[in-house]
Design a protein around this ligand. Structure first.
Ligand SMILES: CC(C)(COP(=O)(O)OP(=O)(O)OC[C@H]1O[C@@H](n2cnc3c(N)ncnc32)[C@H](O)[C@@H]1OP(=O)(O)O)[C@@H](O)C(=O)NCCC(=O)NCCS
Length: 322
């Protein structure tokens, strides 16, 4: 029989021990995942975050923290993502069964006054942790998006697409790219109910494209053009993962990120996406990253086939419950 209580600052060492046990377990099942994560107290106790412990007798067997996440209105992604939700983090002892501990801790969140008014709850789970995924599904959670990874092996050769040119985006491309991104978000929303499109989606897409064009050389927006028309784009950049500083998804290192990708509907399935990936791979290779990751919706019938075909393998799955 498990009991629960709200954790206090004095519990941080016990929570870190649970996090250590779980992180080591996950690293053993998938060596791309961190060996150890540092658990800063701001993540567990701030005005915006709370944590509960599940106890077997006096021994902590699980901890669940809940933190408010908000997309501010001036961020263009606030036009598509849930504006205000709870980010959950779960840490389980070696011998804790997710099916027993998770429901007990989730009840604490539901009884928490701070959970009122949020649009949902999000929890990242390693793709290799089938028991935790089964417990989440039983609790009404469903996959929202996957983080897939590909090491820097050369991509398989692809046949050239007649007349296709891949180049860096220019300011004059913004209206066409915003149109493609707008269409892509509407496509995603049709396959993922957690996506919430705002009335300002089109303006937000133009802002998002401008941000993807970025600056400082750590980002690149690639455009696929044919006979003067923009038929696709690939927004990419660089990132550092350091699990010793903040909770990270991967072992320490320098990585490539794929942010946004779309091909015009009438040009899909003709090799444009694959050709843009080749160009992105060359950009990453020149920057010596150890691998590349991408977020995609497993419910999206196109990207869920495209990324695995290019050699990406799921590392994490974000589960969502309204
Ligand atoms: C995902 C997307 C970018 C792929 O671009 P694309 O130019 O159509 O992809 P390609 O033609 O280069 O396909 C490469 C391979 O991916 C797989 N693939 C792509 N689309 C597929 C589909 N609809 N069904 C099955 N496999 C598919 C195939 O294996 C294909 O190779 P093949 O045609 O030789 O069998 C495009 O479908 C798209 O814009 N979708 C809408 C927006 C979106 O989902 N963006 C992704 C965000 S993560």
């Amino acid at each position: 029989m498990l009991s629960t209580r709200m954790a206090s600052l004095a519990d941080i060492p016990a929570i870190q021990r649970l996090a250590d046990a779980q992180t080591a377990r996950h690293h053993a099942c998938d060596p791309r995942l961190p060996e150890r994560i540092a658990l800063p107290s701001w993540l567990v106790f701030t005005d915006d975050a709370t944590c509960w412990l599940a106890l077997a007798g006096r021994r902590p067997v699980g901890a669940l923290s809940a933190m408010h996440e908000r997309w501010p209105p001036d961020n263009p992604l606030s036009n598509v993502f849930p504006r205000h939700y709870l980010r959950l983090r779960l840490f389980l002892a070696e011998d804790a069964a997710p099916a027993e501990v998770l429901p007990v801790l989730l009840r604490c969140v539901e009884g928490w006054p701070g959970a009122r008014g949020v649009s949902g709850r999000m929890l990242n789970v390693p793709a290799c942790d089938a028991a935790l995924q089964a417990a989440l599904r039983a609790g009404g959670f469903a996959p929202y998006h996957a983080i897939a990874y590909r090491p820097m092996l050369p991509p398989p050769p692809c046949p050239p697409v007649d007349g296709l040119v891949i180049r860096a985006a220019a300011n004059g491309d913004v209206p066409a790219l915003a149109g493609l991104l707008d269409e892509s978000w509407r496509f995603h929303a049709a396959h993922q109910p957690a996506i919430r499109l705002s009335d300002s989606l089109r303006e937000g897409c133009a802002e998002q494209v401008t941000l993807l064009m970025g600056g400082g050389g750590h980002q690149r927006l690639l455009v696929a053009e044919r006979q003067g028309e923009v038929v696709g784009f690939f927004g990419i950049g660089l990132s550092v993962q350091d699990p010793q500083v903040r909770p990270a998804f991967f072992v320490r290192g320098y990585y490539g990120d794929i942010f946004e990708v779309a091909v015009r509907a009438d040009w899909r399935r003709r090799g444009v996406g694959r050709a843009m990936f080749q160009a992105a791979w060359a950009w990453f290779a020149r920057r010596d990253v150890r691998g590349v990751f991408v977020n995609y919706a497993p419910t999206n019938p196109l990207s869920s086939r495209f990324w695995p075909r290019l050699g990406f393998v799921d590392a994490w799955i974000n589960f969502w419950r309204a």
